[in-house]
Each structure stands twice: as C-alpha cells, then as structure tokens.
Design a binder for this molecule. Structure first.
Ligand SMILES: Cc1cc2nc3c(=O)[nH]c(=O)nc-3n(C[C@H](O)[C@H](O)[C@H](O)COP(=O)(O)O)c2cc1C
Length: 182
C-alpha cells in the first residue's frame, strides 16, 4: 500500500508537518510505503482556467504538479495537511486543490484510476477544534465529489509555535492510529 503525504504549510518543520508525519508513521508501521512532499517547496502554479484538461485529459501547465498527478494516481491513500490561514486552507494547499480539476472528465466524473482513501489533517491556532467544522465538512464534500474515499479529518487546535503540537500527545497518538488503520 502506498500512502502519499502532502503538506501545505510554509513552515516545513511546523505543526502540520508533525501531524501528517504522525499519520504516515502509523501507516509505515503497518507496512505501508510512505512518501511526503511539502507543497510550498514545489513549483505549483495557479490553474489558468484554460479547460484544456477537459479535452486533453491532462493539465497543460509544465510544473511540479505533473509529478504530483502521477503520485496521486499511484497512491492508495493520500494525507493532505494544511494549517488554517484566515479561516481557510493555505494558498499553497489551494493551488494544489484547484489543479485537481484536471482529474475530472468533461461530465465531472473522476479520472482517479482506483478509489483512493483520503485523510485531511488540519492545524489551527483557535483552541476549539470545532471552530471550523463546517468548513472541514465542506472540504470533505469536495473530495468525496472528486471520488476520494474520505476517511475523515483530524484537527490539532491551539497550535501557534512550530512545536506546540508536541504538547498534545493525544492528538499525535490519534494521528498515528489513523495511519495504522489506513
Ligand atoms: C497568516 C496566518 C493566518 C492564520 N489564520 C488562522 C485562522 O484563521 N484560524 C486559526 O485558528 N488559526 C490561524 N492561524 C494559525 C495557524 O493555523 C496555526 O498556527 C497553525 O498551527 C500553523 O501551522 P504550522 O505550524 O504547520 O505552520 C493563522 C496563521 C497565519 C500565519
């Protein structure tokens, strides 16, 4: 089983990386082959809205997203992590999400070759983990529509400094468990 981790925080050693890594660690302990990328380190350009992907079957922008399309297609499971920035996923994460439009056919059916499990992982400064639950449900809806098999969302709340999540061993343990069960 191949698990792909995608981290949308520009702080490469921050809380989101630690949260996603805990999930990947759990998956690896159960024999999965894991791989992770930080989206902010990749050259991912905004979707140009050319809609060529509808007819061509693939995105025409020549950047690192081409590799990620292959990685997503090759994976059995994806872990997408983002901090909350201004009540939403980061711009780096949104660039990736917008470009997933190339995985839709003209009739909006999915081009995903096999169903892929998906776990969404968030970190946020707000201490209440339910503060953005409607937004997280909205994103789960989007990925279900994209034909991902959404396994759920995990939220580490109250994280500000890059090390804050280390004070929440229960969340890291929960993340590891999610990875083991993938
Ligand atoms: C520009 C910016 C905007 C943020 N907006 C929010 C927000 O809307 N809600 C929230 O709870 N936390 C917000 N935060 C806090 C981060 O989500 C939080 O510190 C997160 O753990 C950062 O992840 P990282 O450690 O992986 O970089 C914001 C932080 C920054 C830098």
């Amino acid at each position: 089983m191949k698990v792909l981790g995608l981290i949308g925080s520009p702080r490469v050693d921050g809380n989101t990386t630690k949260l996603v890594n805990a999930i990947l660690e759990g998956a690896a302990e159960n024999g999965a082959e894991v791989r992770a990328y930080n989206l902010s380190k990749l050259d991912i350009n905004p979707c140009e809205g050319c809609t060529n992907c509808r007819t061509e079957g693939k995105c025409v922008i020549d950047d690192d997203m081409q590799q990620l399309y292959e990685e997503v297609q090759a994976a059995d499971a994806v872990v997408l992590g983002s901090p909350l920035y201004m009540w939403e996923i980061t711009a780096q994460t949104k660039l990736f999400v917008d470009r997933l439009v190339a995985l839709l056919n003209p009739d909006l059916s999915s081009r995903l070759k096999v169903p892929k499990k998906l776990v969404l992982a968030y970190t946020q400064g707000a201490p209440d983990p339910d503060a953005f639950k409607h937004y997280f449900a909205h994103l789960e809806g989007l990925f279900s529509f994209m034909n991902f098999d959404v396994k759920g969302s995990i939220v580490a709340a109250g994280t500000y400094t890059p090390e804050d999540i280390l004070q929440q061993p229960e969340i890291l343990a929960q993340a590891k468990e999610i990875g083991k069960n993938m």
